[in-house]
Structures are given as structure tokens and as C-alpha cells.
Design a protein around this ligand. Structure first.
Ligand SMILES: [Zn+2]
Length: 135
């Protein structure tokens, strides 16, 4: 669905992405969306005849590009990956560790679904499981 459809990397943390990787992903995403509206090849006919058609194409571009931007921007945030889980929300213990396994959660932005990576913490004291709080 998302342009070239490159999925997320499964590699280990730390700073889930670099600015350069994030920028390149955005550029690739945007360019492939732009190609659908205004192909660089002059022999490829332009699609749509009415302003409404073009608006729909612009809407499609927005819905492709903005969720990727949000995902990439979130991945750049230093707090995207925590090393310490803080204290346990159940028993207050600080004997908390961050589990290696992460999961993906889909949040809904106005422009469509955005997939974020989520860490999980576990408490050694009460075995409670929770997410590290992110400001
Ligand atoms: Zn606990």
C-alpha cells in the first residue's frame, strides 16, 4: 500500500533510525507518490480530467506520505527507545527490565494508520507487564 512497500527493519535498536534513513524513506515515498500524479516520463499520460480527480490524487498522496512521515519522525525520537522502564505501575518496585521483544501498534492519524513500535517492561517483583511511559 505504501509506495515501494519496504517494511520495517527487524534489526536491533538503539536509535531505531537515522535522520538520513528517515529522510531517504520520505523522499522515496514522496517520489513514488508524485510519480503516480505527475509521472516524469512524458510518454505516460496524466490521469484524471477534472479538478475532483486531481483532488483525489492529492488526497491519496497525502494519505501515503504523512503516515510515513509520522512513523519516521517517531522513530527518530530519543524517547522512542527507552533503556530503563522506570518503576512498576502495579507495585512501585524499580526492579523493572525492558523486554527485548517489541510489538507494533497501529495508531490512527487523521491521514490514516501509523505503525509505531512499542516496548514492553516487566517487573521482577510482581511479574507485572506494562509499557514504559513516554512523555
Ligand atoms: Zn511490580
Amino acid at each position: 500500500m505504501y509506495g515501494t512497500g519496504d517494511c520495517f527493519k527487524e534489526e536491533a535498536m538503539p536509535a531505531r533510525t537515522t535522520r538520513q534513513e528517515a529522510r531517504q524513506k520520505m523522499i522515496d515515498t514522496f517520489m513514488s507518490s508524485l510519480d503516480k500524479v505527475i509521472p516524469v516520463d512524458e510518454s505516460v499520460p496524466l490521469r484524471g480530467r477534472t479538478f475532483l480527480d486531481w483532488e483525489k490524487q492529492a488526497e491519496q498522496l497525502k494519505r501515503t506520505v504523512i503516515p510515513i512521515l509520522l512513523e519516521e519522525r517517531a522513530a527518530l525520537e530519543e524517547t522512542a527507545v527507552v533503556e530503563q522502564g522506570g518503576s512498576c505501575p502495579y507495585c512501585g518496585s524499580d526492579r523493572v527490565y525492558v523486554e527485548k521483544q517489541t510489538s507494533r501498534v497501529e495508531v490512527h492519524s487523521p491521514e490514516g494508520p501509523v505503525v509505531l513500535e512499542k516496548q514492553h517492561c516487566r517487573c521482577r517483583c510482581c511479574d507485572g507487564s506494562f509499557s514504559p511511559s513516554v512523555p
